[in-house]
Design a protein around this ligand. Structure first.
Ligand code: FAD
Length: 369
């Protein structure tokens, strides 16, 4: 089959590998002009590790593994440590693998089979499913026809909007925003990951290999902003953190101002009753974003695209049955991931000074045990 995949993030690249390896002719279009490699290290967990093995990429993943949870600590306004975060607070199992997002993106990219081609700077503009195929018009003006369109274009999926309707019908905002920025001038030899809180806010510094990231989280009601307007996103962060001068807040905000690749998004989930409609099927965050609080988004991207490729293989010529099998296999993983996203925000971004003091006291008690 001729398959179009919209988005070359973790889900799109995984789909490119598994669908390409199944003998399909795959075209991936990525709106950005390059592989989007920024972001903090991500976890690969549970069955996604077995699938990575079957995809032939597990050894490469293990070779790039990092440990971020060593010496994660909360500091006060002067940088003094007030509590430490034990590794088992943030990890499910010792078998989990944490890998820089950029390394996983490159491993997946390099594993794309020759039957999968990737076009950067391209995006769907319109699609029309007539039952026998999907006619697609791209923003470049090109037109083509595909047997299936796979929407792997993330939480704010355009494919989902064009096929299933407005984002607000599926998005559940969990009450937080997250941002990541690279700190290119950081010279410190201290390897600790340090975080400063004040009620409803967290700002910190994390490190892996030679990379140093500024990370920000804050609690907020839903904010309407343009996902493509980086300056607007920077202003939201400056409004949220800019009145604070303590610790390294000014330095992190300076990096935000200068960062052309800032990552900023709401911490939200996508809940859909079904992930396919006609010849369009959604995978990854587009279908079932569990939010960064779950730590399972990438694992879901890997399992889901694997199940989709298997289902298409098991039901040649019967797309409805294939999509049904894909959903049945993936739904329990998505539900578990979404259900697990609850308490992480209270740990990292306590809402009040009382909650903040209680969190620190709880962590200090755990450390004394
Ligand atoms: C730059 C970036 C940084 C991230 N950092 C973190 C992080 O630090 N921690 C964390 O937990 N999660 C992070 N995420 C989210 C995480 O990658 C996903 O939750 C998870 O890996 C599932 O991947 P996905 O491929 O479904 O979605 P995503 O990783 O969001 O990938 C979607 C891809 O689709 C592309 N795209 C979007 N719209 C279009 C369009 N109209 N046409 C073509 N392409 C389009 C995007 O550019 C992106 O490459 C980040 C995502 C991105 C894009």
């Amino acid at each position: 089959m001729r398959i179009l995949i919209s988005g070359a993030g973790m889900a799109g690249l995984s789909a490119g590998i598994t669908l390409g390896a199944s003998g399909h002719e795959v075209t991936l279009v990525e709106r950005a002009h390059h592989l989007r490699t920024n972001g903090s290290p991500i976890d690969i967990r549970g069955d996604a590790l077995d699938i990575a093995q079957q995809m032939g990429i597990l050894d490469a993943i293990k070779a790039r593994q990092v440990t971020m949870t060593d010496r994660a600590q909360f500091v006060d306004a002067d940088g003094n440590v007030v509590a430490e975060l034990p590794g088992d607070e943030v990890s499910d199992s010792a078998d989990d693998i944490e890998i820089p997002r950029e390394d996983l993106a490159r491993i997946l990219h390099d594993a794309l089979p020759p039957s999968a081609s990737l076009v950067f700077g391209e995006s769907i503009n319109e699609l029309h499913d007539d039952g026998d195929g999907v006619d697609v018009r791209f923003i470049s003006g090109k037109q083509d026809r595909f047997d299936i369109v796979v929407g792997a274009d993330g939480m704010h999926s355009l494919t989902r909007r064009l096929t299933f309707g407005p984002e607000k019908d599926y998005l559940k905002h969990l009450g937080f925003y997250v941002a990541l920025t690279e700190l290119p001038t950081e010279r410190s030899t201290d390897r600790a990951n340090s975080f400063l809180n004040w009620p409803g806010h967290m700002i910190g510094i994390t490190r892996y290999n030679d990379t140093v990231l500024g990370v920000m989280n804050f609690r907020s009601e839903w904010i309407d902003y343009d996902y493509h307007d980086l300056d607007e996103q920077k202003q939201i962060l400056i409004d949220a953190f800019g009145s604070h001068e303590e610790w390294r807040v000014p330095e992190i905000l300076e990096a935000v101002r200068d960062d052309p690749e800032l990552y900023f998004d709401s911490v939200s989930q996508i809940h859909m009753p079904t992930w396919s409609k006609g010849r369009v099927v959604l995978v990854g965050d587009a279908a079932h974003c569990a939010s960064g609080l779950s730590g399972r988004g990438t694992s879901l991207a890997i399992t889901g695209t694997w199940f989709l490729a298997q289902a298409l293989h098991n039901h040649p010529g019967d797309l409805e049955a294939a999509c049904q099998e894909y959903e049945t296999a993936q739904r329990p993983y998505a539900t578990r991931a979404q259900d697990s996203a609850g308490p992480g925000g209270d740990l990292v971004v306590p809402a009040t000074q009382h909650d903040l003091d209680a969190r620190n006291e709880r962590l200090r008690r755990m450390a004394r045990r």
